[in-house]
Design a protein around this ligand. Structure first.
Ligand code: BGC
Length: 768
């Protein structure tokens, strides 16, 4: 059967502007019609077609010039298209040729690729994938919001879902149907260079945010397929460096790292990308237990599994568990891989075919993977459109997409310290900045849009200013806009500024006329190995700048633009106020200025624990033994800022937490009422974070487990109640047999400093 006609008619439907009948849903279609269709396509496929379907190459492999050194302007190479898509029948292409393109350029690339693919015997369209991790990051002019760590700080899942829907709209508008997002790695180590790509350290927060993002991508007006990555155990390497070995006992894997993947799989996620690293001595790309026993059997995942970049080859090149490329392919396919992100050579499909012909891989195993790939293409509607995602009939106005990103930036900004040591009236908080005096703005991230956006923005590392969207402001530009040009004195420095620069800044400062200094601290963008560090202490020059300004006797406000908590415990007491901005994106500068000025009452909450010392990073759910000790003089749990921290310009107190009973039976749902009182003068959005505490358990319990959270607005002066329902079945943990278990006994629930105790008993026999 030749399917080109079907595809091409779909294609023309796309090119005349989209008909609503073309709209697919990405949620997997389980109908017999789909199974019959997929089977009918599979029956027409030769082994060569199948091996091609399982191959993914990078865009450079079909462009004019050398891969990763393309000729400019980037353009498709017809000979390579023929070789890759028609002769080798490659089923998927990813990435950009090194930097962002306009939607029109994207259409040119992707329609050229799809037209070439339509020439192969089966005519199966190509599945194009991209990293659009905080908006359509490789589409020029796209709306870029906060990176995931900032999105997590909003604790606003509805907003995150909307933001992901909008990202999908702009990805689709570029002709791309598949996104390598969200990252569901749980950030347990601040040294890890992809900390900022996560939703933080709490499995529950990561799960809820992950589900919101998957639904946003897959169920919005312009659905694209989500990819859960990097499955699993990537975020906790022993050294803290990218792609270095992790040792994670199965109990911890199931307790901490798997739950977000499980939740997002239940939410219908279409695909999963595998962790490039090794866990317990086995590279995950070769680990049948993780990729098949756990993923397929325990978690019930039916979607498609793609490798990360070059990771099959790395089984022999880096990990040394395979003697050569061919053995590595055999190993990975048997472990459970469906598609290989090769992405830069043409050998994969040929070697895969040889393995089948030699009987080392069965054709039935190949069919399993190809069926999953075809199913995904079907769910995305690609067979109807010829490979492009069906676009929207009416694109929402750019302003509405910008509104959501700007809102997310505002909600993410987290006020971590606001003291009165230098306030006009002593004891008053230093923020918001009132008055009329001059404000010194300085620091290496003050005038950099890239510093606000982070990696995977325009380019892989996100550092090249060429791909910034013109007109999007840097922090100092927004400070001028919000406070007025004449109030801002700007002393710009780059990341490598010296003591001489610090001396210049302080020499030129008039402490009488300067109301305060706002110092923009942080890091320049990075991702993956390029962000690995030897030490997470904040750079000396930034700490010296704060100390020198403090020495002038003016209030110093620190604003941190960066994705991981670098330590600065000696400098911190010299900050009168400290604002965590994360990587807030293109609208982040304005959000920061609006928070500093008080135009917006901050509501962000820290989604991780900020360590006080570089070697003392513990998470909120540490064990009791980490708390022992002040008396024994060991360092007890004493972070700089605790998980969930975040102040506002009002004061919301948690006054009580109450239950309907003090004894519950297994299976009951606990009804919890939390009372809040806003004793301040501004209406405030409060995130109520509920923790459970298992008093005694057969596996040492954590001091706290995040169980639920809710956001409410508490008007000035008001007292309100917030209700939670927590199932007793959710009070368990991974027990001695590495299975989930709930043990009866004494429990507590906590919101801030309010706690309540109850007893959990086995169901009584006379229960109906
Ligand atoms: C990264 C992935 C990314 C992939 C494709 C890899 O190097 O680890 O997160 O999705 O490249 O760009």
């Amino acid at each position: 059967m030749r399917l080109n006609t079907v595809f091409l008619s779909g294609f023309s439907c796309m090119s005349i502007g989209f008909l609503s009948s073309c709209r697919p849903s990405v949620a997997p279609d389980l109908s017999e019609k789909k199974t019959a269709f997929v089977d009918s396509v599979l029956r027409t496929m030769s082994l060569e077609d199948k091996a091609g379907e399982m191959t993914q190459l990078t865009l450079d492999m079909v462009c004019v010039g050398k891969p990763f050194k393309l000729e400019k302007p980037h353009r498709l190479d017809t000979t390579k298209l023929q070789k890759v898509l028609v002769d080798l029948k490659v089923g998927s292409i990813l990435n950009c040729g090194g930097h962002a393109y306009s939607p029109a350029q994207w259409h040119e690339f992707i329609s050229g690729i799809q037209s070439a693919a339509a020439q192969k015997t089966t005519g199966i369209p190509v599945l194009y994938g991209i990293d659009a991790i905080h908006g359509a990051t490789y589409t020029s002019g796209a709306v870029l919001g906060p990176q995931q760590i900032g999105l997590a700080a909003t604790w606003d899942t509805a907003l995150v879902r909307k933001f992901a829907e909008n990202a999908a709209i702009e990805v689709t508008a570029s002709g791309i149907p598949w996104n390598f997002s969200p990252v569901l790695d749980v950030a347990r180590d601040a040294r890890w260079p992809r900390f900022w790509e996560t939703f933080g350290e709490a499995p529950k927060l990561v799960s809820d945010m992950g589900v919101a993002m998957v639904k946003g991508y897959q169920e919005g007006p312009a659905p694209i397929a989500a990819t859960l990555k990097h499955y699993v155990g990537y975020s906790r390497p022993l050294t803290g460096k990218d792609r270095t070995p992790a040792w994670i006992p199965e109990r911890q894997l199931r307790q901490i790292f798997l739950p977000p993947f499980a939740a997002a799989i239940d939410a219908g996620a279409a695909s999963i990308m595998v962790n490039s690293g090794e866990v317990n001595g086995i590279p995950v790309h070769a680990d049948h237990h993780i990729l098949t026993d756990i993923l397929r059997e325990d978690l019930g995942f039916e979607g498609m599994v793609v490798t990360d970049w070059e990771d099959i080859k790395y089984l022999f090149k880096r990990h040394k568990v395979a003697a050569n490329y061919k053995d590595a392919i055999e190993m990975a396919i048997h472990a459970g891989i469906d598609m290989s992100m090769v992405p830069g050579d043409l050998k994969f499909p040929g070697l895969l075919m040889e393995l089948v012909r030699e009987g080392r891989i069965s054709e039935a195993r190949i069919d399993e993977s190809v069926r999953r790939i075809l199913s995904m293409k079907y769910d995305l509607g690609l067979f109807r459109t010829g490979g492009m995602p069906p676009a929207l009939a009416d694109y929402p106005a750019k302003e509405s997409l910008e509104g959501t990103a700007a809102r997310a930036a505002l909600e993410s900004i987290t006020l971590l310290k606001n003291e009165g040591q230098h306030a006009v009236n002593e004891g008053d908080p230093i923020l918001p900045i009132g008055g009329k005096g001059r404000i010194l703005v300085t620091g290496p991230t003050a005038n950099s849009l890239n510093a606000l956006n982070g990696g995977w923005t325009g380019t892989w590392q996100g550092r090249d200013t060429t791909y910034n969207t013109p007109g999007r402001p840097t922090a100092v530009e927004s400070m001028r806009e919000v406070f007025g040009e004449d109030r801002i004195a700007f002393a710009g420095v780059d990341m490598d500024f010296t003591d001489a620069d610090v001396a210049d800044i302080t020499r030129n400062l008039n402490p009488v006329t300067t109301q305060c200094a706002v110092v923009f601290l942080g890091e320049m963008p990075y991702t993956e190995g390029k962000g690995s560090v030897e030490d997470i202490e904040l750079f000396d020059n930034q700490q010296n700048l704060v100390k020198a300004l403090h020495g002038k006797g003016i209030p110093v406000i620190g604003v941190y633009a960066g994705g991981r908590p670098r330590t600065f415990s000696n400098m911190e007491p010299m900050l009168d106020a400290f604002v965590m901005a994360y990587l807030p994106g293109d609208y982040g500068a304005r959000a920061i200025a609006d928070v500093l000025s008080g135009n917006f009452n901050p509501s962000g909450r820290l989604p991780f624990t900020w360590p006080r010392y570089a070697s003392a990073h513990l998470t909120y759910d540490h064990k009791h033994t980490e708390n022992l000790s002040a008396k024994l003089d060991w360092g007890d749990f004493n972070p700089l800022y605790t998980f969930g921290s975040g102040l506002s310009y009002s004061n919301v107190e948690t006054t009580s937490i109450a239950l309907t009973d003090s004894v519950f039976q297994m299976g009951d749902v606990i009804d919890i009422t939390v009372s809040l009182q806003n004793t301040g003068t501004r209406s405030t959005t409060e995130t109520v974070i509920l923790y459970s505490q298992d008093r005694v358990a057969s596996i040492t319990p954590s001091v706290d487990e995040l169980k639920a959270f809710k956001q409410v607005v508490v008007p000035a002066g008001a007292t309100i109640e917030v209700n939670f329902n927590v199932s007793t079945e959710g009070l368990g943990f991974i027990g001695q047999e590495n299975t989930y278990t709930v043990e009866p006994g004494a429990f507590g629930l906590r919101v801030k400093d309010q706690t309540v105790d109850f007893e959990l008993i086995q169901q009584s026999n006379n229960n109906p």
